[in-house]
Design a protein around this ligand. Structure first.
Ligand code: SF4
Length: 335
């Protein structure tokens, strides 16, 4: 076996740098995320950037009467913590501002919500998911302050590094905005996790793997991978039903994730290997509702190849990480 013993030890036998393992090492116990759904909306739906949202986003799930929670941060944390205590005897949590665009409000309101979460017993950290065009300097200054008092992650949706894909999904921002947000966040020493979707039509395997060069060059701290899946009541569902959309098979996705991990900086923390969805709202692919099955298939693929995260990652003599310069990544991106 070629898998280096030093990595086997520090990654506790896993072939990638897993977020759960990192949390356990830092806090000495398993730490669980509690997802929060606050009363935010999104500039890609309310007309500020666009209307209609990303084509894979479930519009119905964002209507106030159907979906938006009226529970406070504390109430949601109480509910989540009670369930986790019962199931796992958990007593440490990360409050995860997960749904919608969680920095899309006044800084005063954001600060009060985030601080309410940090005051909840057992909350050791915050994770805040948002769009790269919704983190101005004032918001980042607030996040920097919070990051000095807690274990903090800023989760930025990139989804694809290719502007033609971002336009196709009506994302409302491009690669340029992502790079700008990351650079401003890193100047404030924030940990940044990039959200990515693999399997967009029109992207070749190489197009998707090219993203590892961008992440390595930007010194992104963490990554969340997700396969493209079709949710009910979305524009994507219409494309799928019309027969114009081809999705990755489970085998293709598993093999692609293994290729992706091989090229990533081994210091990057892998928060997620596949998406999480529910059968009731999933149109396709069928395999994506079996998260554990997909995980196991990825672990098996890494074992069979005797490979690991970072096996193909290189730092050259000048200390440059593998991959094209950021300016090359931006070539052709809209100004
Ligand atoms: S940015 Fe997020 S919340 Fe807004 S439309 Fe896209 S997926 Fe939905």
């Amino acid at each position: 076996m070629n898998f280096p013993v030093s990595l086997q030890k520090s990654w506790h036998g896993k072939r990638f740098n897993s977020y759960n393992r990192v949390l356990k090492d830092i806090f000495g116990a398993r730490v669980y995320k509690i997802g929060l759904r606050m009363d935010f909306t999104c500039p890609n739906r309310d007309g500020k950037v666009a209307v209609g949202g990303c084509i894979y986003c479930n519009n119905a799930s964002h209507t106030p009467q159907d979906y938006r929670s009226r529970a406070t941060v504390t109430e949601q944390l109480e509910q989540g913590a009670a369930a986790l205590k019962m199931r796992h005897r958990a007593d440490r949590y990360i409050a995860y501002f997960q749904s919608y665009t969680n920095t899309y409000d006044s800084v005063t309101k954001l600060e009060s919500l985030y601080r309410e979460a940090l005051a909840f017993p057992g909350v050791v950290g915050l994770a805040i998911a948002t769009r790269p065009d919704c983190v101005d300097d004032e918001v980042l200054d607030l996040l920097q302050d919070l990051s000095q008092r807690s274990y903090f992650w800023l989760e930025l949706g990139l989804e694809s590094m290719h502007d033609r894909t971002l336009q196709w999904v009506n994302r409302g921002h491009g690669l340029r905005e992502f790079i700008d947000a990351v650079e401003r966040a890193k100047r404030r020493q924030l940990r940044v996790c990039a959200h990515l979707i693999l399997g967009f039509p029109g992207e070749s395997r190489n197009d998707m793997l090219e993203t590892t060069n961008l992440l390595n060059r930007l010194a992104i701290d963490g990554v969340k991978l997700h396969n493209l899946h079709v949710i009910k009541n979305t524009v994507l569902e219409k494309y799928y039903n019309s027969g114009t959309l081809t999705l990755l098979s489970r085998h293709e996705y598993v093999s692609l994730v293994a290729d992706f991990l091989e090229r990533l900086n081994p210091e990057m923390i892998v928060h997620r290997l596949t998406g999480e969805t529910y059968r009731a709202i999933t149109v396709a692919p069928d395999w994506s509702v079996d998260k554990i099955g997909v995980h196991n298939a990825i672990f098996k693929e890494l074992d069979q190849r005797d490979t690991w995260q970072g096996r193909l990652y290189r730092v050259d003599d000048k200390g440059e990480r593998s991959g094209a310069a950021i300016s090359d990544c931006l070539q052709g991106a809209p100004q």
